[in-house]
Design a protein around this ligand. Structure first.
Ligand code: NAD
Length: 371
């Protein structure tokens, strides 16, 4: 048979799933299509060694299918390491629904999505992410038990965003201690990029502590609302990356630390809620280290949300949720110190802790199977 020579980019197109760089040994990827409701979703199960793959559902108007697949693969992989580094018995999974959450999300579409989740028999457990609310999860709960992030009045742990923000605040304080020798954020200049559910709650904690907060968002109404509520500054410039600041808190979407933005950064600390902040975790992690910027790994400090929904599976109460989330301060500090001691990036230090837990559990699971 004649073999054709194809370029790297053509190869990537021909192998859009297994050939993807971000496809990091995912166990299962499920494409869900329903003509009647218009549902087009991808459920990605990265790893179930530590437990069922738990991760939220994001609804987003992706430019193309490739973008959606890339996002879900990167996000589900991140969930594996997030749960492992936080010490939760959960694997990593995530789902994306392709579409505009404001105009295309219908009860029928959410129910059909819930049926697809149910068909996986508990291997994947969903929750909310960008574009989703607790009410959507309540709806999904009517067709499957494999959902968390349910309203408190329906027996769930409620909206995870305030807890996520609290964890980010704790992680930011640990990073501040590492960078400035104090964890007090009073008078520190903090830029919060994206003032949605998590960003707003973070702004509240920051202003309570007396930080000088600047906010950015693509939603003008939201900016004015949050400015008036907390008396913070709307960033009026055009390029926040080049601004001098103490802390940059990415709380919108991922990959804002990339080849273009990184050389411009004049912040001393990066600590925010967004998943996958580093476009390339090895390369950009290293460049941040070289620039002397303290980077609090996103998948560690934004774990409050998963701690919150995990309570629904493990039946622990609000005080335990708070205690576990508060402990992100200690874990972050430990990881930042480990990174220094071993001359590695903070991302790598967090990743190594997670990876060693997964490897140890895999050995134990294998041994248990033999017994
Ligand atoms: P959200 O949808 O409520 O808020 C996102 C905000 O970012 C919106 O106000 C949006 O207008 C804004 N935004 C979008 N693109 C922007 C841009 N280019 N510049 C500035 N602002 C922009 O989402 P959320 O629940 O607050 O989550 C924020 C981030 O944190 C997401 O990346 C999410 O994956 C991550 N996260 C959230 C949770 C949680 O509990 N909600 C947990 C872990 C991680």
């Amino acid at each position: 048979m004649e073999t054709e020579v194809v370029s790297k980019s053509e190869l990537k197109k021909l192998n859009p799933v297994f050939g993807q760089l971000s496809f990091d040994n995912h166990e299962q990827v499920v494409f869900c299509n329903d003509k009647d409701t218009g549902l087009k979703a991808i459920i990605s199960i990265h790893n179930t060694v530590m437990g069922p793959a738990l991760g939220g559902t994001r609804m987003w108007q992706y430019n193309n299918e490739w973008e959606a697949l890339n996002d879900v693969l990167r996000l589900s992989r991140g969930m594996t390491y997030k749960s492992a580094v936080t010490g939760l018995n959960l694997g990593g999974g995530k789902a994306v629904i392709i579409g505009n959450a404001k105009t295309q999300k219908t009860p029928e579409l959410m129910l059909r999505f819930g049926e697809f989740v149910h068909s996986l028999g508990g291997k994947y457990i969903t929750a909310e992410d960008v574009g989703m609310a607790t009410s959507d999860m309540d709806l999904v709960r009517t067709v499957t038990p494999y959902v968390t992030g349910i309203s408190e009045d329906k027996g769930g742990a409620g909206n995870p965003s305030p807890i996520t923000a609290y964890g980010v605040f704790m992680g930011m304080k640990a990073a501040a201690y590492h960078a400035f020798g104090t964890n007090i954020l009073e008078d520190k200049i903090v830029y919060v990029q994206g003032i949605g559910n998590v960003g707003e709650a973070l702004v509240e904690s920051l202003t309570n502590e007396g930080a000088k907060v600047f906010i950015t968002d693509i939603n003008k109404e939201r900016l004015e609302e949050v400015r008036d509520k907390y008396n913070v500054n709307i960033y009026e410039g055009t390029n926040i990356y080049a601004e001098e600041m103490d802390v940059y808190a990415p709380c919108a979407l991922g990959a804002t630390i990339n080849d273009k933005t990184l050389p411009q950064l004049r912040t001393k600390v990066i600590a925010g809620a967004a998943n996958n902040q580093l476009a390339d975790e090895n390369k950009h992690g290293l460049l941040l280290k070289e620039k002397g910027i303290t980077y609090a790994p996103d998948f560690l400090i934004n774990a409050g949300g998963i701690i919150n929904v995990y309570a629904e599976l493990e039946n622990y109460d609000k005080s335990e949720i708070i205690r576990k989330t508060e402990n992100l301060y200690n874990t972050t500090l430990e990881i930042l110190n480990n990174a220094d001691a071993n001359g590695i990036t903070t991302h790598q230090a967090a990743f190594d802790v997670a990876k060693s837990r997964i490897d140890a559990r895999k050995l134990k699971n294998n041994a248990d199977q033999l017994n």
